[in-house]
Ligand binder design. Structure first.
Ligand code: THU
Length: 136
């Protein structure tokens, strides 16, 4: 991915932050996946009065993308208003390691989207669980 393509994906994640439904935490997270074909699918966190039902932005974006038929992801951008941005939670790391193992994870503070922190899935979740060894 070029620097410009990364910036476009980050901009999509920052835009998705504005669509978060987070009345309890007021912590707005946006995520954007880029497919190998260059399509971008976004998501934002959605919270519930029964707090445990809350779903993170990364999983919303991933579930949207998967159920729209996308399978091959090259990058995921995550944006939130926090210094340095917010890296994906453990649950999201598990799902991303299963469905986007090759993806580069781009993390930004939505107030400073030009400063991108970049990770591989193996860095975020080493020795990831696989139900069938060697198979994703
Ligand atoms: N959240 C995300 O959307 N992604 C993460 O990786 C961590 C947390 C959301 C869940 C909840 O709505 C809010 O941030 C505060 O935890």
């Amino acid at each position: 991915m070029t620097k410009a393509e990364k910036q476009i994906l980050v901009t999509a994640a920052v835009g998705a932050c504005a669509r978060a439904v987070a009345p309890y935490s007021n912590f707005h997270v946006g995520a954007a996946l880029r497919t190998r074909g260059g399509e971008i699918i976004t998501g934002a966190n959605v919270e519930s009065a029964s707090y445990g039902l809350t779903c993170c932005a990364e999983r919303i974006a991933l579930f949207k993308a998967l159920t729209e038929g996308h399978r091959d992801f090259v990058a995921v951008a995550v944006a939130a208003r926090r210094d340095g941005g917010a890296t994906p939670c453990g649950a999201c790391r598990q799902l991303l390691s299963e469905y986007a193992p090759q993806a580069t994870i781009l993390v930004v503070d939505s107030a400073q989207p030009a400063r991108i922190r970049q990770f591989t899935m193996a860095e975020l979740l080493p020795a990831a669980f696989l139900s069938v060894p060697g198979r994703r």
